[in-house]
Write a protein of this length. Structure first.
Length: 592
């Protein structure tokens, strides 16, 4: 799975920069330094880490965090007091993700210990606008001590002094980005037992080849419409003219039916944001406008970006070329009338021909095919984007890995989440007899779908707001050892969560029954992933104050309902009835 997405990313290497606008502020009181990052963008930003340098000492806050659009986050550091009285440069850097690449932003302030001591030299510099490489010029009567503070992706390749100038030649390590940074020049010296610092700066603009988004896939809608009509016409011809009981006609029927559904799904995903925007602009009823705006914003945002940028065209052409050989050689004996996708498409044709036949074809397989199509249409784009993003993130944090408790903890959490998304994405992508992961049934109830979709974009951007109330304060100051224990517990619980996904394997997907899993953590309780998630959220709410009590109650209600609706759906399977007798508890062994 990882290899597939790396291959897709490799063949779609024309990345583009998202318009991210962060501002960085710092404040120091005694030995406490607070770095505030404000996200002025219209989308969320993923912060990888925040670094602080003071008096030749380096401090890192390595916990990955998401900052919502228009919001801010604070990072607190306890630093060692400098050895001498005076002024020191306090250098802060934030490392964040943009289109899967690590970019950074720096800020330099003055840390005064006992007494402010500005240096007796000054400099002058101007804004710089360069392409892949260029120069920054520092003018000063004493150019020698000045050094540049730049973002991590900008390197200094040379520095020389000429007259009263220090000229730095710089180069960008990134390609395909336009970005604007603040840069700083600092000079330090000691006068007796006191330290002095001077700072000046400007703005650095890089233009290294800005690529714009290719939109919602590279295939024009007109071409997709033609392909879908051709597939539908071919399906109709095979269904009505040829002997559908023969192996060849059965394979042709299933191939053309699947390609029609894939093409229609592509067309739908290409245009749903435009349709939602049209509804929002032309309907005055506020609930419809709110839902339409949420859908349009989601499909134009980060949760579907990589799906359209890297995946959809690759997947479409792969199915076009490889699906028929697979059906012919691996599943030649499957009867068309027993195939859920074929039955669903026959039902569509029967609706079109209703005026002539006065009959609509609908059976169990048609219903399963329809619901399976909806499940994959909703979850596959989401999971694809998440897996590609997590793949890029995993590569980055592996390259920057170093041995410390905080870094190891953050690395493991990211790895466990990556494992979960990769397994479920594989489940939505591949459904084959050879893998024994064919969908046998899909939850047909409105409540089952409601509580499941409640937890995913675009719905979770507003669905949990009805619970988001303080009620009463549950967060208190806890000793450092308990915070460390809570952090380790969260990591272990994410490990249990990933273990549950590994146990599901090829059968991992929401709202479906692909066969009952009885090994791994499912030997002890029936819903180990939900248990792990709920305990994580309770720790984050109680110990770290990340959630109000009302929201934690909301999480509990929704996930208990998810477990209940899943069980109600699975009870139609005799194998699950037997499993339920052997594993009595849903969430906690011996209790619940």
């Amino acid at each position: 799975m990882v290899f597939l997405f790396l291959l897709i990313i490799f063949f779609n290497s024309s990345a583009y920069a998202t318009d991210i606008n962060l501002t960085l502020h710092q404040k120091s009181v005694d030995d406490n330094v607070t770095i505030t990052i404000k996200n002025n963008s219209d989308q969320k930003v993923y912060i990888e880490r925040v670094d602080v340098d003071l008096d030749s000492r380096h401090y890192t806050h390595a916990s990955r965090q998401e900052i919502a659009a228009g919001s801010f986050s604070e990072y607190r550091f306890q630093v060692l007091i400098p050895s001498k009285t005076g002024s020191y440069p306090l250098i802060a850097k934030v490392i964040y993700l943009n289109e899967g690449r690590e970019l950074s932003l720096c800020n330099v302030g003055i840390f005064n210990y006992i007494e402010a001591m500005p240096a007796d030299i000054a400099c002058k510099t101007g804004d710089a606008h360069i392409a892949q490489n260029g120069r920054i010029v520092i003018e000063s009567t004493q150019p020698q001590p000045w050094r540049l503070i730049l973002p991590e992706e900008v390197e200094i390749t040379a520095a020389k002094i000429s007259d009263n100038k220090k000229i730095f030649t710089i180069n960008s390590r990134t390609r395909g980005f336009s970005n604007r940074y603040p840069f700083y020049a600092i000079a330090e010296n000691d006068h007796g037992d006191k330290h002095r610092t001077a700072v000046c700066g400007g703005t650095l603009t890089f233009d290294t080849g800005y690529f714009t988004s290719t939109g919602k896939g590279r295939i024009p809608p007109a071409i997709l419409l033609i392909v879908s009509l051709v597939c539908l016409f071919w399906f109709y011809c095979v269904f009505t003219i040829l002997n559908r009981r023969s192996c060849l006609s059965g394979v042709l029927l299933r191939y053309s039916g699947r390609m029609f559904l894939i093409t229609i799904a592509y067309l739908f995903l290409q245009n749903i944001s435009s349709w939602a925007s049209y509804l929002s602009a032309n309907i005055s009823w506020l609930p419809i406008r709110f839902i339409a705006d949420s859908i349009a914003g989601a499909y134009n945002g980060d949760d579907y970006k990589y799906f359209f940028q890297y995946f959809i065209d690759f997947f479409f052409f792969s199915c076009l070329v490889l699906l028929y050989p697979y059906l012919y050689y691996c599943e030649p004996d499957t009867k068309a009338e027993e195939d859920k996708y074929t039955s669903f498409l026959i039902s569509i044709l029967s609706v079109i021909r209703y005026l002539k036949t006065r009959q609509i074809y609908w059976n169990k397989e048609s219903r399963i095919g329809f619901l399976t199509f909806l499940v994959k249409l909703f979850f596959l784009p989401l999971l694809t984007t998440w897996v590609i993003n997590n793949t890029l993130h995993q590569i980055i944090i592996t390259k920057s890995f170093y041995w410390s408790v905080a870094v190891i903890n953050a690395y493991l959490v990211a790895l466990f989440i990556y494992i979960d998304t990769a397994i479920f994405c594989f489940g939505y992508l591949f459904e084959f007899k050879k893998l024994k992961n064919e969908i046998k049934s899909v939850d047909p109830t409105i409540l089952g779908w409601l509580v499941c979709l409640w937890c995913y974009p675009p719905f979770n951007t507003f669905s949990f707001r009805i619970f988001d109330y303080r009620i009463f304060d549950i967060h208190y100051a806890y000793p450092q050892w308990s915070i460390a224990a809570a952090t380790m517990s969260i990591t272990i619980l994410w490990g249990v969560f990933a273990w549950a996904s590994l146990a599901l394997g090829f059968k991992g997907s929401n709202l479906t029954n692909r066969g009952i899993v009885k090994h791994g953590p499912y030997r002890f309780i029936r819903h180990p992933a939900y248990t792990a998630k709920l305990i994580i959220w309770y720790i984050q709410g109680v110990i770290f104050g990340q959630f109000f009590l009302g929201l934690m109650i909301g999480f509990t209600i929704i996930y208990v309902l998810r477990a209940w609706t899943e069980e109600k759906h699975l009870l139609i399977d005799p194998e699950y009835l037997e499993y339920r007798k052997n594993v009595r508890y849903m969430f906690i062994p011996g209790l619940i």
